[in-house]
Ligand binder design. Structure first.
Ligand code: HEC
Ligand code: HEC
Length: 355
């Protein structure tokens, strides 16, 4: 009789344990279930140059975490400058209306903040190509005294003090450990997802719209004078070129800073011209304020070439007033408001942009 009781209690115990184990497992599965995101290559575009998301799997949870970090101004010395402070969504993630961007304590950067877009198709980052991986790029702005001005350790402490981050790191990576590697991976998931491919130009290329006569003529001027460096469909060939900019007050020698080759003097990365209508002022130092002035720059430089000017620009560009306007009309077809107004890329709560 006693034996039977022992057996029954043992069976009961085993059943209950199994149930608990099963329930526990189910709980864990519930906690760590990421939603994979597909990285869609727009129609007619080449494959991205680097597959960032091979080792850093793109998920909804990672993207949302990256977005929260991107807009979090607490991650700076004075609590006022987030990534978005300089890369503003309404300016196609460039600094709207400013030549140089403001960092903490009213400091300034020495370069114009580039628009963040289609980063997966880039080989090098920054105007001089000084950074070669999207995941390490944020270490620069986070720690630079004229940008966000904090140490990596204090950034992690700020994240750890916010319980929402514990939940989000857990959702994205399976446990709540808040590490710099995870922070950088999440940021890259957000910035690498900023794809702009819905401009009028794209609709025309996909047969969904037509250019006006003006735009059509402008497209011809563009192909004749600009497209060899600002190569379609990304509007950059990812090269470094000297387009006639002079040495500025910061003595910025561009690519030469990285390679130490005098032949790289004043070469800068060819920027994409997508959303150019929104990303003024222009060039690495924001020294040219409007698109008509940019075109005048090219006309002047190609008609009086200086030492070092790229060989492509040694053929004089000749455009009369009407033709200049046609070219501008074409360039404005590269504006993608589906991108700049995309709620998915917008902050979830109110944010403070320092001006
Ligand atoms: C104070 C202004 C400022 C802040 C804050 C800032 N950036 Fe930038 N960002 C810049 C400038 C200026 C450059 C160009 C740097 C260079 O060429 O040397 C740049 C370049 C970049 C690039 C390279 C883009 C390209 O086309 O090469 C990426 C990516 C980027 N920033 C992401 C970030 C992220 C992520 C953060 C937040 C962790 C951030 N930035 C914070 C001003 C800023
Ligand atoms: C030889 C290659 C080359 C050619 C040809 C060329 N560009 Fe550029 N472009 C560049 C480089 C390099 C820069 C960046 C220079 C800098 O920042 O100092 C640039 C910058 C620009 C910018 C500023 C973009 C920004 O985000 O700041 C605009 C606008 C522009 N080019 C338009 C044109 C137009 C229009 C033409 C044709 C008339 C043209 N480019 C021809 C190489 C070229």
């Amino acid at each position: 009789m006693l034996k039977l009781k022992v057996i029954i209690s043992f069976l009961l115990f085993a059943a209950v344990s199994l149930f608990i184990i099963a329930a526990g497992k189910k709980d864990r599965d519930d906690i760590y279930k990421t939603t994979p995101l597909e990285f869609k290559i727009p129609k007619g575009w080449p494959k991205p140059t680097v597959d960032f998301f091979k080792k850093n799997k793109l998920t909804e949870e990672g993207f949302l975490l990256g977005k929260k970090i991107f807009y979090d101004s607490r991650l700076s010395k004075d609590g006022e400058v987030s990534c978005a402070g300089c890369h503003q969504p309404f300016g196609a993630f460039a600094t709207f209306d400013h030549d140089l961007s403001h960092g903490v304590s009213n400091s300034f950067t020495t370069r114009n903040a580039p628009a963040l877009m289609n980063l997966a198709w880039m080989i090098d980052f920054h105007w001089d190509g000084g950074v070669n991986h999207l995941e390490i790029q944020p270490l620069g702005p986070l720690t630079a005294p004229n940008e966000m001005g904090i140490t990596l350790d204090s950034a992690l402490m700020i994240l750890k003090a916010d319980s929402a981050y514990y939940r989000m790191f857990n959702n994205a990576f399976g446990n709540p450990a808040i590490t710099s590697q995870r922070m950088l991976k999440a940021l890259a998931q957000f910035t690498g997802s900023l794809i702009t491919s819905n401009s009028k130009y794209d609709r025309v290329m996909n047969g969904l719209d037509t250019f006006s006569n003006f735009e059509k003529k402008g497209y011809v001027h563009f192909k004749n004078n600009c497209a060899s460096c600002h190569k379609e469909p990304l509007f950059t060939d990812n090269s470094f070129r000297n387009n006639g900019m002079l040495l500025n007050r910061f003595k910025d020698i561009g690519r030469q800073r990285i390679t130490a080759l005098s032949s790289d003097s004043l070469k800068f990365k060819v920027p994409s011209l997508r959303n150019i209508q929104l990303t003024f002022p222009y060039m690495h130092d924001g020294s040219i304020f409007s698109v008509p002035q940019v075109i005048d720059h090219y006309i002047a430089k190609t008609n009086a070439p200086q030492i070092g000017l790229d060989s492509v620009l040694r053929k004089p560009i000749v455009l009369n007033k009407l033709q200049k306007n046609e070219l501008i009309y074409f360039l404005y077809t590269l504006t993608d408001t589906v991108f700049t107004k995309n709620k998915r890329f917008a902050p979830d709560g109110p944010v403070y942009f320092k001006h």
